[in-house]
Design a protein around this ligand. Structure first.
Ligand SMILES: [Fe+2]
Length: 383
């Protein structure tokens, strides 16, 4: 029997909720923490204030920021060493997916001797990780509510996943105000990642009634609030709240129902070309769905109808939804695949990696390297 829906993370979603961090730490008597923070955030006023707030409550909180946009396995190992040598009670992850995934792997590696590659798979670590508190600062990752850390294995040029029940963050503080300093382009691409999580959770083979409810809500919120958020460059507080919420809901959905073909391709491209994850998904979402449309039309119609994108009379094998996704990407100025600079000579390698991806079996239809190659060729030809 497959496990049902699981969500052990305690979640707070609300403007300014990061201020609850000192109280949360005090409740557990966690007085030494490692702040694993996206490098670009360390100098921002809100981060400096948050760190001072922790220090004023007697929390020892060194900062660690030495990791990449697509974090490497060695970077997670070095982060674990920093956590271990500082004898921390908890790890606080602050940033986008790269910070959260680095921190999740590091919190596990700090209590489980070995290399990151020893733990690729599910529940392969014997000791519980150091407790983790996640504060997402983008609106796409969803990693604050999932049990997986996705890292790049540079040597083998692929992404690997370390997952386990104990890797769910203990807490997620989803503070929409942290989106205020995110550039509009990152608001757009990371929220398109959230949309991808929701859609792939909906159409994939592992969809379940609870993930469906979360995913449909996330889809509706992205379509309603993403453009106002981007147009206001993060200044619209109402839109910030709803998009931050959508990202978290979509994270819970895919964390239980998995992602599928879009992520199989985007993770392969990310591993080989270091292209940011949100951007890759934003570029690929509509084309991959279109390729699979025959199999998932009914599910996309369901999503389109419940998300208010069309009325029941206009349902046509997923086409209204596909058109809506493609039009949204256009209005957000998501670039075309061809502008990513990926040469056709690499298509075979990308396609093979995509088929080997752990989420390939969650696709609504069977997908092989030849299918992924066809999608890439179509994109290169301009479709
Ligand atoms: Fe993603």
């Amino acid at each position: 029997m497959r496990m049902g829906f699981r969500m052990p993370t305690q979640i707070v979603i609300g403007a300014g909720c990061r201020a609850q961090l000192p109280t949360l730490l005090a409740g557990h008597q966690w007085t030494r923490v490692l702040l694993v923070v996206d490098p670009g955030l360390v100098g921002l006023a809100w981060f400096v204030s948050l760190r001072r707030l922790l220090e004023s409550h007697g929390v020892h909180c060194p900062v660690y920021s030495d990791f990449s946009v697509n974090p490497r396995i060695q970077e997670a190992e070095r982060t674990a060493e920093a956590a271990w040598s500082a004898s921390v009670d908890a790890v606080i992850a602050i940033g986008g997916g790269s910070a959260l995934d680095t921190a999740k792997a590091a919190a596990m590696l700090a209590t489980n001797p070995g290399k990151a590659l020893d733990f690729v798979g599910c529940d392969l670590f014997p000791a519980n990780p150091i407790p983790l508190v996640a504060l997402p600062t983008t609106c796409g990752t969803g990693s604050e509510v999932t049990w997986v850390s996705v890292l790049t294995d540079e040597k083998n040029r692929e992404k690997v996943s370390i997952k386990g029940v104990a890797m769910f963050p203990a807490y997620a503080l989803v503070d929409p105000d942290l989106l205020e300093t995110l550039p509009a382009s990152l608001l757009a691409t990371t929220a398109m990642d959230a949309l991808t999580h929701a859609v792939e959770a909906l159409v994939g083979r592992r969809a379940n009634p609870v993930s469906d409810a979360l995913a449909v809500q996330a889809v509706a919120l992205v379509f309603k609030y993403l453009e106002p958020l981007v147009a206001s460059a993060g200044g619209d507080a109402d839109a910030r709240y709803h998009i931050a919420k959508a990202s978290c809901l979509a994270g819970m959905a895919f964390g239980n129902a998995d992602v599928a073909g879009v992520h199989c391709l985007s993770e392969s491209i990310g591993a080989l070309f270091d292209i940011p994850h949100g951007l890759a998904n934003a570029v690929l979402l509509a084309p991959v769905l279109r390729y699979q449309c025959d199999e998932l039309g009914e599910r996309l119609d369901y999503a389109a109808h419940l998300a208010g994108l069309c009325d029941a009379g206009a349902l046509r094998q997923g086409l209204p939804f596909l058109d809506a996704v493609a039009a949204l990407a256009d209005r957000l100025n998501i670039p075309h695949f061809r502008s990513l600079g990926i040469a056709p000579e690499s298509f075979d390698q990308i396609a093979i990696l995509a088929e080997r991806n752990g989420s390939n079996s969650s696709n609504p239809r069977e997908m092989h390297a030849a299918d992924y190659r066809l999608i890439l060729e179509g994109l290169a030809a301009g479709s």
